[in-house]
Design a protein around this ligand. Structure first.
Ligand code: GCU
Length: 422
């Protein structure tokens, strides 16, 4: 047999075995044994006994590790060049809210980037606390409101929403109202601010678009190994929105809660960890690289996420593909970086890919850091029953159903925000 044919045949025959090894695990009894790094012990083994030591020693070294090896560093400063209110009305949602569409523009050398924040604010509140979150398919998908401008930024195709040739269209107006409980949010006295994430960085493995190239020198094509992937870039966008809120008299910038679902839930956690101006953080079904513990290797793994979405994390994170045991951190420490500010981790029962138990355990193992501040986290190690939220400064629920954002989720977030943020 010709050698090449033999090699091809060999790989063809053994391929199922090769892949079987990396099939996602959904069996609790096959979760590998692992030791979780202690949030209250420094890398050099020193015990952290109080909030002061945490803030002086441990928090900075953890934040630095996640920055350099997981999400990537933002290579420089890029501030808002101009703000333009492109549309506004005091009569939105049947007179219950005002609406404002604000375009932020950033300029450097001969580059320019703009994105639009769509805001609904309750009419009877002078300075509103606000939920801030990214959406997946454009601001016009979140409400059935003809006045919402349609973004021209690149989008992943989704023919069922009328998105083809990577362009958002009229056809998808209002298709995601189910994910944003807008009336309830306004009715409870909060504002909602949303941004289309593709305006900051299109969600594809291409580092020549979005905000990344603003910092390239000479003919650089991609960020350095320790520099930002897309999650960090989206996080940068949230922080610049926060810069804007601090100047908007209609918003209470000391009460902005950053929210995100799935990849955008990973983003909201990282935003909460890196920018202490966010008063609260919500991670909805954020899974691997979000709230879920990586070392459990349940559902999506580090290898799998780096392979499917090579642009989300920094290049250094690839060192931990199929090598989670080498990670000197895990995601409970990402949550701990948010302390003492309120954080809510939510899972869905059918969303095994995101590892609900791993998400719960992260919230649980982050709690000792909250305790240093006299705040109550998750005290019981057993997962609560389905649809039975635990709401402390650290909150958690697992609801029935699939990977999604539902009215049930929002009801809990509002109740919790009333108590811990408002
Ligand atoms: C994929 C990915 C997840 C991510 C999800 C989403 O399923 O594997 O990590 O959270 O997409 O963002 O919808």
């Amino acid at each position: 047999m010709n050698k090449l044919v033999f090699i091809a045949l060999f790989f063809f025959l053994f391929q199922p075995f090769a892949f079987a090894q990396y099939e996602p695990n959904y069996d609790e009894s096959k979760v590998p044994e692992f030791k979780l790094p202690d949030p209250l012990k420094t890398f050099s083994g020193k015990k952290i006994r109080n909030a002061k030591q945490w803030e002086k020693k441990r928090r900075p070294e953890l934040l630095n590790f996640f920055t350099q090896n997981v999400y990537g560093e933002v290579p420089g400063e890029l501030n808002i060049s101009s703000v333009e209110v492109v549309e506004q009305s005091n009569n939105a949602l049947n007179g219950k809210a005002s609406r404002k569409q604000v375009e932020l523009t950033f300029k450097k050398d001969n580059r320019s980037l703009s994105y639009t924040i769509l805001m609904y604010l309750p009419i009877n509140v002078e300075k509103a606390p606000v939920f801030l979150g990214y959406n997946f398919y454009g601001n016009h998908t979140i409400a059935n409101d003809v006045n919402i401008l349609i973004s021209e930024a690149w989008s992943r195709d989704n023919p069922s929403f009328g998105i083809i040739h990577n362009q958002l269209t009229e056809q998808s107006r209002g298709v995601r109202t189910n994910r944003w409980a807008l009336d309830e949010i306004i009715g409870a006295g909060y504002g909602l601010a949303v941004i289309y994430y593709g305006e900051i960085d299109p969600d594809k493995d291409d580092m020549s678009d979005g905000v990344h190239p603003f910092f390239y020198v000479d003919d650089q094509q991609q960020p350095a190994d320790n520099e930002w992937g897309s999650i960090s870039a989206w996080t940068w966008g949230l922080s610049r929105a926060m810069d804007y809120f601090q100047k908007d008299a209609d918003v209470d910038a000391s009460k902005v809660i950053v929210f995100g679902h799935s990849r955008l839930g990973k983003t909201s956690l990282w935003a909460g960890a890196t920018d202490t101006r966010f008063a609260g953080v919500i991670s909805n079904d954020s899974g691997c690289g979000g709230a879920a513990l990586s070392k459990r290797r349940f559902g999506e793994t580090v290898w799998r996420i780096n392979r499917s979405f090579p642009h989300w994390f920094c290049t250094n994170f690839k060192n931990y593909s199929k090598n989670e045991e080498a990670l000197p951190v895990d995601q409970h420490q990402l949550i701990a970086l948010i302390a003492p500010r309120p954080v809510y981790v939510a899972s869905a029962e059918e969303d095994l890919w995101a590892d609900p138990k791993g998400e719960f355990l992260s919230a649980y193992y982050a709690s000792p850091v909250y305790k240093l501040y006299g705040k109550e986290g998750i005290v019981q190690k057993e997962m609560p029953g389905v649809n039975r939220p635990i709401q402390n400064t650290v909150a958690y629920h697992i609801r029935t159903g699939k990977h999604d954002v539902t009215d049930f989720d929002w009801e809990q977030y509002i109740k919790w925000a009333d108590k811990f943020v408002k």
